[in-house]
Write a protein that binds this ligand. Structure first.
Ligand code: 5GP
Length: 369
């Protein structure tokens, strides 16, 4: 069976500007409140989450992002000792950070150890698997919920309303939506599986909201405008990997690379420019499997890429650009608060090619400058 309805990615749409009472973007309030049915927790902050990926979901990143009111899902690969010390030394951290686990026995054990050492003070948990469609995963969400009733549970990933509802029924509070659209993801290439992300967000958000649940749009944002589109489509949060990678807070070791510049030295030879790069890789890549699991198992293929990103020295500059873009998007549609962006936004379909050509042009001009 083929679903012939058109499904869209972020590049396939734009948000239409409208008459706006917002005099200046600096007046736009980006802080939102999210309440979770049946949990006594309210999130107050910017609805952005750093992904639980190496180079992004680090403790240093979490502390830096918290200053901007941004949430972090820590990677699965922090030791119990480090997690206990991280969360116990500053009680505010548990309001802006989730401990992430998989669905193995050792994951449950680690979560129980950390949470009980903190006197049950962990507020958020992220139950993360590549494929949120297995019966085993749904059971795990149920088990988690029966063990921990007060925690806010982020669980996924899925891309369809039916499975979003199933995970919410099983006890998730925030469903992670996105398969195959990540910047260093190869699932679409290796398996043919996926779903255009903008449509996935629209459809899953509708399903979740009709049940009082929430979603986080996970993956595929490459520009601040994509984050605005995801929130305008109804995402309660947006998760970012690549857009936050490449900063010192991500913990990678910079590598020097030399490039021939356009300038020529006294000796007539071209001057070499030094630029620094950091490695960034998908959590299902060969690199991640080698780092954390002693290599790729013989029944798996690598479903992630490894890339070298130019080192971005200032996380604050990146966040400034991101939040500035969101403020501006709100002012274009007349939303005084980010909270109101979804209600105000209307979309227009455009050609993917137009958007891509525009981005490539703007990139090449930027790099030239
Ligand atoms: P990004 O913001 O970089 O576009 O996407 C981040 C998301 O990509 C992550 O939160 C996660 O859901 C997904 N992801 C991370 N690593 C991999 C990988 O190796 N393979 C796949 N299929 N998805 C990945």
């Amino acid at each position: 069976m083929i679903n012939e309805e058109i499904k869209l990615d972020y590049d396939d749409i734009l948000i239409v500007p409208q008459q706006s009472p917002v005099a200046s973007r600096k007046l736009v309030d980006l802080t939102i409140e999210r309440r979770f049915s049946h949990r006594s927790v309210t999130y107050r902050g910017v609805p952005i989450m750093a992904a639980n990926m190496d180079g992004v979901g680090t403790m240093e990143m979490a502390d830096a992002l918290r200053k901007h009111g941004i949430f972090t899902c820590l990677t699965k690969f922090h030791s119990t000792e480090k997690l206990i010390s991280f969360f116990s030394s500053d009680s505010k951290r548990s309001q802006y950070c989730a401990m992430t686990i998989g669905i193995g026995d050792d994951d449950w054990q680690r979560f129980a150890t950390v949470d009980s050492s903190l006197g049950s003070d962990l507020t958020y948990a992220c139950l993360d698997v590549a494929n949120g469609y297995t019966d085993r995963f749904v059971k795990c969400v149920e088990t988690f919920r029966s063990l921990y009733q007060d925690k806010v549970l982020i669980a996924g990933n899925v891309v369809t309303p039916e499975q979003t509802s199933r995970l919410l029924d099983a006890g998730a509070d925030i469903v992670k939506v996105g398969i195959g659209g990540g910047s260093v993801c190869e699932t679409r290439l290796k398996t043919g599986i996926g779903y255009p992300q903008f449509s996935a967000v629209l459809e899953c958000a509708d399903a979740a909201h009709s049940m009082g649940g929430k979603i986080v749009a996970d993956g595929g944002c490459t520009r601040p405008g994509d984050v605005a589109k995801a929130l305008a489509a109804g995402a309660d949060f947006v998760m970012l990997g690549g857009m936050l990678a490449g900063h010192p807070e991500g913990g990678g070791s910079p590598v020097d690379r030399y490039f021939q510049s356009r300038e020529v030295g006294h000796d007539g030879e071209p001057i070499m420019d030094k630029r620094q790069f950091v490695e960034f890789y998908g959590m299902s890549s060969k690199t991640a499997n080698e780092k954390h699991f002693g290599g790729l198992k013989d029944y798996r293929s690598s479903e992630g890429r490894t890339v070298m990103l130019p080192l971005r020295p200032s996380l604050s500059d990146t966040i400034h650009d991101l939040l500035g873009g969101l403020r501006s998007a709100c002012s274009y549609v007349g939303a005084e608060k980010l909270e109101n962006l979804k209600d105000k936004a209307q979309f227009v379909r455009c050609t993917h090619t137009h958007n891509r050509i525009f981005e490539e042009l703007s990139d090449s001009l930027h790099n030239r400058g």
